[in-house]
Ligand binder design. Sequence first.
Ligand SMILES: Nc1ncnc2c1ncn2[C@@H]1O[C@H](COP(=O)(O)OP(=O)(O)OP(=O)(O)O)[C@@H](O)[C@H]1O
Length: 269
Amino acid sequence: MLNARGISVRFGTQRVLDGIDLSIPAGRFSALVGANGSGKTTLLNVLAQLVKPDSGSVSLGTDPLAGLSRRDIARRIGLLPQITGTPVGLTVGELVMQGRYPWQNWWRQWSDEDQRAVDAAVALTDIGHLLQRPLTELSGGQRQRCWIAMTLAQDTPVLLLDEPTTYLDIAHQVELLQLAADLATRGKTVVAVLHDLNQAACYADHLIMLRDGGIHAEGEPASVFTADNLEAVFGFRAHIIRDPHSGNPLCVPRTESAELELVSREARL
Ligand SMILES: Nc1ncnc2c1ncn2[C@@H]1O[C@H](COP(=O)(O)OP(=O)(O)OP(=O)(O)O)[C@@H](O)[C@H]1O
């Protein structure tokens, strides 16, 4: 269990996170959703100890993370940030190998275990055919899969993914979400910031809705993914319907034209 207690963060005069208490279930796939600017990235960065909160603490199980070295944290928590730049002069293979950095030191160089972790990450993200290519020559989606592979190669019990489906076509989005769900089934604790609410409700075991730097709702998607919560958090009205195949909740935005059509149809009856 990854626990955050009383987390508050200010940037200047702006309070971005406001006394957050959160218990992220171990071995589950949690999705973090909320409007732009609601504090999702800041919260992930606090969980990964990249942002020091003004108050509050994070622990993994019973172990507080504050005070651990960067290397020790990186052996426990892998973070895929929102990627904005591309390193020049690096091949895909070299990037993925960098995921093993926290496990190495001057007396322990590249090992069979490192190679196994890299091979597994490469296979899971289907980038074996790209290993010799410079990162700068790849499409945005291919590059995103390489970053994900690097994070997987780190082989941490906790994975924090900030908008991992960015740049991916729909088939690779679904693949990535299924991979996150599978990793959770195999015991990893996965937390992903997702903007596609239906994907979040469909793939995650646990949904966390952030609103103005606080937790508005959290729990199983079936109980959290309600029209009222979506309206409160995102300010839009939606119908919640069920996926006829899986039974998962899906939201359909209530557009003005659809509402008018409904009213006039009812008036005609
Ligand atoms: N380093 C920073 N310095 C100052 N303000 C910041 C910094 N990082 C984030 N903020 C502010 O904190 C608020 C929350 O930002 P954050 O990136 O956590 O939101 P988010 O929910 O991830 O947004 P998005 O969905 O747009 O990615 C925003 O108002 C943002 O401008």
